[in-house]
Design a protein around this ligand. Sequence first.
Ligand SMILES: *Cc1c(COP(=O)(O)O)cnc(C)c1O
Length: 421
Amino acid sequence: MDHFLYRDGELFAEDVPLREIAAQVGTPAYVYSSATLLRHYRLFDEALSSMPHLVCYAVKALSNVAILKLLGDAGAGMDVVSGGEYARAKAAGVPGERIVFSGVGKTREEMRMVLEGGIRQVNLESEPEMLALSEVAAELGVEVPVTVRVNPDVDARTHAKIATGKSENKFGIPIARAREVYAEIAQLPGLKAVGIDVHIGSQLVELAPFEQAYRKVAELTEALRADGHTIERLDLGGGLGIPYTRSNEVPPLPTDYGALIERTVGHLGCEIEIEPGRLVAGNAGILLSSVIYVKSGEGRDFLILDSAMNDLIRPAMYDAWHDIVPLIEPAAGTQSQPYDIVGPICESGDTFARARPMPPLSAGDIVAFRSAGAYGAVMSSEYNSRPLIPEVLVNGDQFAVIRQRPTYEEMIARDSIPEWL
Ligand SMILES: *Cc1c(COP(=O)(O)O)cnc(C)c1O
């Protein structure tokens, strides 16, 4: 559930009419709901309440510092995958003890940064990375808590670009090699194994793949303990999917997911970490966009919007569906008509939807893309020299711009012309 609902015939974000935000901030713009973000974080927190746990929000889903502060102040930990995300989490006031560092290719500079700034644990993804971290930690004279991300060879049954738990994917080490790797860690200076990490993919709409993976992690926990290792933490990753449309089947709820975790690994007495991103942020954000033109083509009408694939790349990248709704609620009985909904970018891939049934719309009308909070703004670019669009955070009846729309001058100022030119 979210807090973007029609009231008195128009779409609101919590208690703010979106029309008002569009008028003040302009379109396109991302708008987020504090109440929805907090609600989703708390659903996970409550779902794990029977076990010691930390919900580490996956920063990559939506990484604006104001969002991180909102969640961090509510008690969330953070899962970061780069030095930049670590810097954002710290800038939001999240202490290092609540930040876990994931990612396939951590550089030594990034390792130094988190060891100096404080880190709860580093999730290792390969043996070369393990050796590098050992060297960096030994140089700094510290011992860093680590887990090894194991690849359980489980089919997450999601889009190929976001499946990460099959043996052919680049992530983690094969689970069959785990005992050898933990034995190596025990011999290396600067590293202290504390647990196991697994993350099998994103936008999972069923629990079975999680169950398969977590059972393998439970078995491995027992094997590693028998080998004499201390396994006291299990980082079970993120990946729980969200409904992108109301008509589809509804993915499992955080409560079902929590019950599954308890059933599969609860008996081990470990502290549980999870790293949800999409489910926290996805339905907590919308993308506001105006119709620039309605163009009649051959056998189809195009809605040409002022937002484009550079602002929201999910449809082009993952063939993703987003519900697109007008700010003004259509009167009961309004006949819908099919539109191809596109942006102004010079690529056919800049298409948000084809033959999408919509109420009749005209130039100047405003629409909202639902479920655009996660992997929206964070994946945007300035392709076609379209400046990054603003982000707005709503809280009850107030709202604030949490990222300004840059001017053309600001955008261009990042380039420089060499003296000799
Ligand atoms: C992307 C990612 C997540 C978050 O995935 P969601 O599908 O957004 O919940 C968590 N952990 C790791 C390691 C990731 O790469």
